[in-house]
Design a protein around this ligand. Structure first.
Ligand SMILES: NC(=O)c1ccc[n+]([C@@H]2O[C@H](COP(=O)([O-])OP(=O)(O)OC[C@H]3O[C@@H](n4cnc5c(N)ncnc54)[C@H](O)[C@@H]3O)[C@@H](O)[C@H]2O)c1
Length: 310
């Protein structure tokens, strides 16, 4: 099978590409390298440096069996700062990918939504039925969902929507202005600097390791029960930012008092996935938090050793 990944130079996309190649799939990828890096893309991927908003992608999607649409503007604070670009990439770009898939006769599209769709909800664990987006990012993801439904309705296309919770692991994009929490803590502590915590550190997040998410990606390709279904992909348990800090600090053997700054805009107090739908297919996250964080630490240490983090 030939699979195309948008956002292939990013965190989840590059990990997925590596896994698919290992499983014997033929893999192509699109990325404009706005956030992702060429060096993240595994050897063996047929790479096209293109913007998902470009109609020039139509030809690239012909003859492809399935598309994973992961490219997005996805840092919540960046999206809050620029709602127009957020809509342009996450809504118009997403429709362009769906349209390319329609024209190319793609059998199935698996695309990224987000746990941010639940940010205004207080039902925990949160099932897939409970959407209440508030931030520009979350609203842009919800718009993608409605377009997928319309493509299903009018063209009979097949989709699987994935609502990732906090996916973590090697290749996570630590270069953002405000990096994801684990990478941020690891980098600061390795440098001997005080990590920053936004808010009180009591916000709780459901973390899921990237290899476990890839196990589910394979199900999306191999199990037709996933056709036209939306799944939460989390671990079904959550941890406070302070707890994560404690684990990272212990694993590194470095203790420094974190610096507390005001809360970031648009961030939910808590996320916790109801993963019963994904679990009903036999999927469950296998990587415990310490193992996952240890692998993230090893990755970031290599980035230091190879001079990519100064
Ligand atoms: N990582 C998480 O915890 C998480 C949580 C919820 C949802 N998601 C969603 O999963 C998907 C993948 O996330 P990620 O963590 O790998 O993000 P990432 O930023 O590491 O990767 C996204 C990739 O998309 C590319 N991209 C952005 N705009 C583009 C454009 N206009 N044209 C082509 N390529 C473009 C970037 O260069 C980057 O390589 C995103 O849709 C994100 O919203 C991720």
């Amino acid at each position: 099978m030939k699979i195309l990944i948008t956002g292939v130079a990013g965190f989840i996309g590059s990990n997925l590409a590596a896994r698919l190649l290992k499983e014997g799939y033929e893999v192509g990828g699109i990325d404009n390298l706005a956030y992702g890096l060429r060096e993240n893309i595994p050897d063996g991927v047929e790479f096209h440096e293109k913007d998902i908003r470009d109609r020039g992608i139509y030809g690239l999607i012909e003859g492809v069996d399935a598309v994973f649409h992961l490219a997005a503007k996805n840092c919540i604070s960046d999206c809050q700062a620029d709602p127009i670009e957020t809509a342009d990439i996450n809504v118009t770009g997403t429709i362009n990918v769906f349209e390319a898939a329609r024209r190319g006769g793609v059998r199935k599209i698996i695309y990224a939504e987000s746990s941010a769709l639940y940010e205004g909800r207080v039902v925990f664990p949160t099932p897939e039925s409970e959407t209440k987006p508030e931030s520009f990012y979350a609203i842009s993801k919800l718009a993608g969902m409605y377009f997928a439904e319309a493509y299903k309705r009018y063209y009979g296309m097949t989709f699987t929507a994935l609502r990732y919770f906090c996916v973590y692991g090697p290749v996570q994009d630590y270069r953002r202005t405000i990096p994801p929490v684990m990478s941020a803590f690891i980098i600061k502590l390795l440098k001997g600097e005080r990590p920053v915590i936004y808010g009180t550190g009591e916000k709780r997040r459901d973390f899921v390791y990237v290899d476990d998410v890839n196990d589910f990606h394979l199900q999306c390709l191999r199990n037709s029960r996933t056709d036209n279904v939306t799944y939460n992909l989390g671990s079904g348990e959550n941890h406070s930012v302070l707890e994560i800090y404690e684990i990272v600090s212990r694993l590194l053997g470095v203790r420094l008092e974190p610096e507390f700054k005001p809360d970031l805009p648009g961030e939910a107090q808590m996320t916790l996935a109801d993963i019963s739908k994904a679990s009903a297919l036999g999927w469950r996250p296998k990587t415990d938090l310490r193992t996952g964080i240890m692998r993230s630490i090893e990755y970031i240490k290599r980035e230091f050793e190879e001079g990519r983090i100064k």
